[in-house]
Structure formats: structure tokens, C-alpha cells
Unconditional design. Structure first.
Length: 148
């Protein structure tokens, strides 16, 4: 069996530690997955820049004076940019949203929060899909272990 490892860099033979064929890996093909361990000599580890997002300080709305300030600012913003009958629903929604956000930023302010990486979950990978995938993988392993 010939094992090929395709990379976007050129490696010297001294950098390649081990090459293996993984027959049990399910890659959706009749080919086998090749695992290649490589020792890089001059790679610098870079620390990823944290991603920040702005959040409103909604906790401050528990205070009565801050809540009243928000109500006053919201009324003023609505009076400055009223919604007329000529506005279509998208324009009306945009005005309402902008009024609420502007009043909230003026009354309670914002804070910077690190964006959590766990929010990047795959929303379509539900339990049903997980069970089907597990059944498929078990069937594939049975197929690989039986001799024909």
C-alpha cells in the first residue's frame, strides 16, 4: 500500500515522524485516511486576538433613577423621529430599534465583553442526526471488519 500525505508546505524527511493508514476512519470513500505526524522546527505559536463585542449594561435598569432616565430618553427619541403612516414596516421597525438602542446607550452605557467561542455551535446537529451518524459509523466498522 502506498501512503501519500498532501500538504501545502514542503517537509524534509527528518521532519516526518510517522505515517499510518487508519482503516477504521469513516471518510465516506473506499480509500483509507492517512495520518502523518510531523515535527516542525521553526513554528511560532501565536496567541489569537480576543474578539470583543459591545453589550448594554442592562443590570443598571434595576435602579429606579436609571430606569426613569431611560424612559425619558426613549420618549425624547420617539418624539424626535416619529413613525408616520407613510413608513413601510421595515422603516418603522428600524426607527423603533434605533430609538430603543440609542436611549439605552445614553441611559445605561455599554461594556466590552469577550466573545465566547462556545457560541459557535452547529445548530442543525441535533440528537437525531447524532444517532443516525453513530448507526452509520457502526455499520461502516462492521463492513470493514467482515471479510468478503
Amino acid at each position: 500500500m502506498i501512503n501519500y500525505s498532501i500538504t501545502n508546505r514542503q517537509f524534509t524527511p527528518s521532519e516526518i515522524i510517522e505515517v499510518r493508514t487508519l482503516n477504521s476512519a469513516n471518510i465516506g470513500s473506499d480509500h483509507s485516511l492517512v495520518l502523518c505526524k510531523i515535527r516542525r522546527k521553526s513554528l511560532l505559536k501565536r496567541k489569537a486576538e480576543p474578539i470583543y463585542s459591545e453589550k448594554l449594561n442592562v443590570e443598571l435598569l434595576e435602579d429606579e433613577s436609571t430606569r426613569n432616565l431611560y424612559k425619558v430618553r426613549l420618549k425624547n427619541n420617539i418624539n424626535k423621529t416619529p413613525i408616520t403612516e407613510n413608513n413601510n414596516p421595515d422603516e418603522a421597525w428600524t426607527k423603533i430599534k434605533n430609538n430603543i438602542l440609542k436611549a439605552a446607550k445614553e441611559a445605561v452605557g455599554t461594556r466590552k465583553v469577550k466573545k465566547a467561542l462556545s457560541n459557535n455551535k452547529i445548530f442543525w446537529y441535533i440528537d437525531e442526526v447524532k444517532k443516525i451518524t453513530e448507526r452509520k459509523n457502526k455499520a461502516f466498522l462492521r463492513y470493514k471488519t467482515t471479510k468478503t
